[in-house]
Design a protein around this ligand. Sequence first.
Ligand SMILES: Cc1cc2nc3c(=O)[nH]c(=O)nc-3n(C[C@H](O)[C@H](O)[C@H](O)COP(=O)(O)OP(=O)(O)OC[C@H]3O[C@@H](n4cnc5c(N)ncnc54)[C@H](O)[C@@H]3O)c2cc1C
Length: 456
Amino acid sequence: MALTTEVSTQGGARQDLEGLRCSAVIVGGGQAGLSMSYCLTQRGVDHVLLERDRVAHDWADRRWDSFCLVTPNWQCQLPGFPYAGDDPDGFMIRDEVIRYLEHYAKSFGPPVVEGVTATRLRRDREGCYLVGTSRGELIADHVVLATGPYQVPRMPRLADRLPDELTQIHSSQYRSPDRLPPGEVLVVGTGQSGCQIAEDLHLAGRQVHLAVGSAPRVARFYRGRDVVAWLEDIGYYRKAVSEFADADTVRFRVNHYVTGRDGGRDIDLRAFARDGMRLYGRLNGVFDATLRFAPDLGRNLDNADAVSESIKDSIDSYIDAHHIDAAPEPRYTPVWRPEQEPTQLDLRDTGITSVVWSTGFGRDDRWIEVPVFDGRGYPTHDRGVTSSPGLYFLGLPWQHTWGSGRLSGVADDAAYLTERIVTGPAQRDHLFRWIAGTSTSTYPRDDEWVAPRTVA
Ligand SMILES: Cc1cc2nc3c(=O)[nH]c(=O)nc-3n(C[C@H](O)[C@H](O)[C@H](O)COP(=O)(O)OP(=O)(O)OC[C@H]3O[C@@H](n4cnc5c(N)ncnc54)[C@H](O)[C@@H]3O)c2cc1C
């Protein structure tokens, strides 16, 4: 999709961005960058939106064929463009999400330049930002980095030790069962991607081996409604990250697994196991052709169920407190339990031909030469506002609320940053409450990873 391949400045079209001066540069043409552009457009702030690929690239090129949203359509609340289709409780499939974003862009005509990569960001002595790109250097008073929450596919180093003949891909490269070589498949990781990919392969009749991590799960429906609808009423999605006692860890928490597939349903790994999927604990070693797993499968399954049940407890309390007429529903009973903890698997005894690493993403902000990162390279900010005046992040997971890194909450954050840009107080006077990156940070160590890890 080529929305605009040239930026119009002072009535003329430019191929070259060199020397272009504007109030704001937005980097990233996903939902966050578009939302920011919409808000700046509304306030008459001249700006340019740089996208290295095409608008909605992540949704178009890094999701599998059967992908659909996990969040209900009514949660698609981009600024000025709330979901207006006829299936608010449904879950858009991949191509519908792409169309939603493309229509959004067309609705206000952002000054987007596609196919341009921001390669260097510096601040000059006057306090202006110099944004180096593949098509020249721009100058701006404000820069909004909307480069995505899930940037660099991460695989643990032990992937290097797997036999050469195995096909290894990251979840962001997975498309469909028939694009993998025939044979059994090992899926590592049970965040949202890992569980949905495992299900996709399982439904296609592939023998799946699944290394189960500590991700929690959530039921799709409870007491007559989508759990998301209950949580919306309870106010969970309006709760700011700063209101949590463990704000630092909340930010890096793995998402709950559930699916919107076929109208939405639970993902119950025990049911998969009952139906033939092989489950293991966390993969923690590779020795020759033998995979080693932590003896934590039972515990991980129990914990995932416990989280799901505790969310139901909250819903029950809410229903009771508000005298809501919602029929009671029996609680979940496990349909399968491991007879023993499988701690190793000799690949020579299986027909495993491919591995799908669903082990999350890191960031790569090395091109940003402004000191706004913590010791691990993660952005340090307060609600997206950094300590460098005029530099902002948008679309980070839990930047402000649960929805910040999603289609539901980015609107509030974009509006907040726009207000800062248009009228905000000088940032040097701003009191920063560092949530990530303090010396007392409780962000968990994990020496296998060289950068902060998020899992989708
Ligand atoms: C598998 C998966 C499932 C998800 N499911 C849901 C869901 O059901 N509901 C929901 O609300 N959210 C979901 N999300 C979360 C979130 O909505 C998406 O990750 C979404 O893509 C984030 O939008 P964004 O604009 O912040 O970032 P992105 O969509 O990643 O956009 C960032 C853009 O920046 C560009 N870019 C990066 N660096 C540069 C650079 N240096 N120069 C120029 N351009 C650059 C990239 O090309 C990209 O297009 C899901 C995420 C994943 C990974």
